[in-house]
Design a protein around this ligand. Structure first.
Ligand SMILES: Nc1ncnc2c1ncn2[C@@H]1O[C@H](COP(=O)(O)OP(=O)(O)OP(=O)(O)O)[C@@H](O)[C@H]1O
Ligand SMILES: [Mg+2]
Length: 218
């Protein structure tokens, strides 16, 4: 799905070769400042390599329109934004931006359940905790039903138990529809348990570790 060819980004990343497979779950792990967010942003065309190229389905990313690309490849940033209005407005706003039809309250409530957010649709997001805001933003991007998701530490602000619930549900959702997921996580244990491939970044270089525990247990 994505193929890196001799990619460099300033002096931050140096990736001679890397594949990200379609329909698989790939996790990115590494120390703070190692370049995980930078790599994810390159996949979303928020950043372009300063050297080399990234192929997306056989086409060089530089030849793909950024807006078109981001409709297929949806990114949840590390510090998600919460918009004015209610939880309902926040869940629907991504669909509105993409000029897609808004969803019924039932569909929105079912997404709130998926992201483990036990709040009413009329609640103001200002009253939510940091971790709850993050789950709201996660719900908003999952509703877009994109082909590819890039999630930057979706469980960073969560306790261990909620983290496991969220990662379990997100990976289940992605696998059910054969979507592709690239997710940054601080937890190697989660990465090994739930992903097909773990990419470890150290000093700007990537090492791919295939066949995580999930695969081996089958
Ligand atoms: N626009 C930029 N210009 C210069 N340096 C940058 C820029 N963006 C990030 N960096 C640097 O690149 C390195 C990698 O940053 P990045 O945000 O990708 O790390 P990360 O692995 O996501 O870290 P964290 O786990 O803390 O989120 C850091 O040293 C950071 O200071
Ligand atoms: Mg980061």
């Amino acid at each position: 799905m994505f193929k890196f060819v001799d990619v460099k980004y300033m002096d931050i990343l140096d990736v001679p070769s890397l594949f990200i497979e379609k329909g698989k779950i790939t996790t990115l792990v590494g120390a703070s400042g190692s370049g995980k967010t930078t790599l994810l942003r390159m996949l979303n065309k928020m950043l372009s390599p300063t050297q080399g190229k990234i192929m997306f389905k056989e086409t060089d990313l530089v030849d793909i329109n950024s807006v078109t690309h981001r409709r297929q490849v949806t990114m949840l940033s590390q510090n998600p934004v919460v918009f004015e209005g209610s939880i309902r407005d926040n869940l629907n706003i991504g669909l509105k931006f993409q000029e897609k039809s808004l969803l019924s309250d039932d569909a929105l409530l079912s997404m709130l359940e998926k992201v483990n957010l036990k709040k009413g649709l009329d609640t103001s997001p200002n009253a939510l905790s940091g971790g709850e805001k993050q789950r709201l933003a996660l719900g908003r991007v999952l509703l877009l039903n994109s082909e590819i998701y890039l999630l930057d530490e979706p469980s960073a602000a969560l306790d261990d138990e909620t983290e496991e619930t969220i990662i379990h549900r997100v990976t289940e959702y992605v696998r059910k529809d054969n979507k592709t997921l690239v997710m940054v996580t601080h937890s190697k244990a989660m990465a090994e348990k739930y992903s097909d491939t773990m990419i470890e970044i150290a000093e700007g270089r990537c090492q791919s570790i295939r066949g995580c525990k999930r695969e081996r247990s089958y």
